[in-house]
Design a binder for this molecule. Structure first.
Ligand code: DGL
Length: 274
């Protein structure tokens, strides 16, 4: 007989980006209950110091652990590359980030060995993706670019093709990677998959985009399956969302991105008190 574990899965990001993991988790594991925290009051994390990222993340995890949770998906590239190694030893439940799964996917998928990475300043400066990709595929060469303006644009809903502002910013950031001839591009910040249409249109259909939030979710699904920690409910998993800034703005953007109405499921939390 297989074990079951009906506790919730915690998902964490500095803002909306972690919804890329939530969307995938809902598809892969529809029985699971999800508790999401988006630190919308303190986003972005990607331009902050390591100490600040660590202290914010510890608070975020303390908040998530005020619920009965069995694992945390750190659906944030910045935390995953800057702080996760240090943090994961501090907790007695699995803490799953985006780095390993996305690096592995890129290293295996690339055909010409030229891999692009876009992320926050902190993620690019960490060098963690280069390190991990070349460990898996020593022939791979990684070309990276920080795209700091993408996060505020996503948080403000500027994600559609035809929006001249986002298209101009995207062209500016992505031009060097396009010239480098990458055939695989890691969207190493979980906000960026919300810009997939814009990024893909600029890079061209031949470039494979790796959605780091979805990769983390799929890795988390494997971990929970292998460790027999799946929930027993039958397709009736629920999701609750907590944010540290406007509930209205998050509700609107999350409903659009998840293609489901999250009205009434989003609550403000005073994160500094945790
Ligand atoms: N989603 C976060 C990440 O993946 C957003 C970045 C930020 O807060 O700067 O890095």
């Amino acid at each position: 007989m297989t074990d079951i574990d009906n506790r919730s899965i915690g998902v964490l990001d500095s803002g909306l980006g972690g919804l890329t993991a939530v969307r995938e988790l809902m598809q892969l594991l529809p029985n699971e209950n999800i508790i999401y925290f988006g630190d919308t009051g303190r986003v972005p994390y990607g331009s902050r110091s390591k100490d600040t990222i660590l202290s914010y993340t510890r608070q975020d995890i303390r908040f998530l652990r005020s619920f009965d949770i069995k694992a945390i998906v750190v659906a944030c590239g910045t935390i995953s590359t800057v702080a996760l190694d240090l943090l994961s030893g501090e907790y007695d439940i699995p803490i799953i980030g985006v780095l390993r799964a996305s690096a592995y996917r890129a290293a295996k998928l690339t055909e010409n060995g030229r891999v692009g990475l876009i992320g926050t300043q902190a993620t690019v400066a960490s060098g963690e993706y280069e390190r991990m990709i070349t460990e898996i595929n020593p022939d791979a060469v990684v070309f990276s670019a920080a795209c700091p303006l993408f996060v505020p644009m996503v948080e403000n809903g500027r994600t559609s093709r035809g929006d001249i502002v986002i298209e101009t910013v995207a062209a500016e950031y992505l031009a060097p990677l396009k010239s480098a001839g990458v055939d695989t591009l890691i969207l190493g910040c979980t906000h960026y998959p919300l810009l997939s249409d814009v990024i893909s249109a600029y890079m061209g259909g031949g470039v494979r985009l790796i959605n780091s939030g979805a990769e983390a979710a799929s890795y988390a699904a494997s971990v929970l399956t292998m460790t027999e920690k799946l929930s027993s409910a039958d397709g009736t998993g629920s999701a609750q969302y907590f944010v540290s800034d406007s509930v209205t703005g998050f509700t609107e953007l999350a409903s659009r991105y998840l293609s489901r109405d999250v009205e009434g499921a989003v609550t403000f939390v005073e994160i500094e008190t945790f």
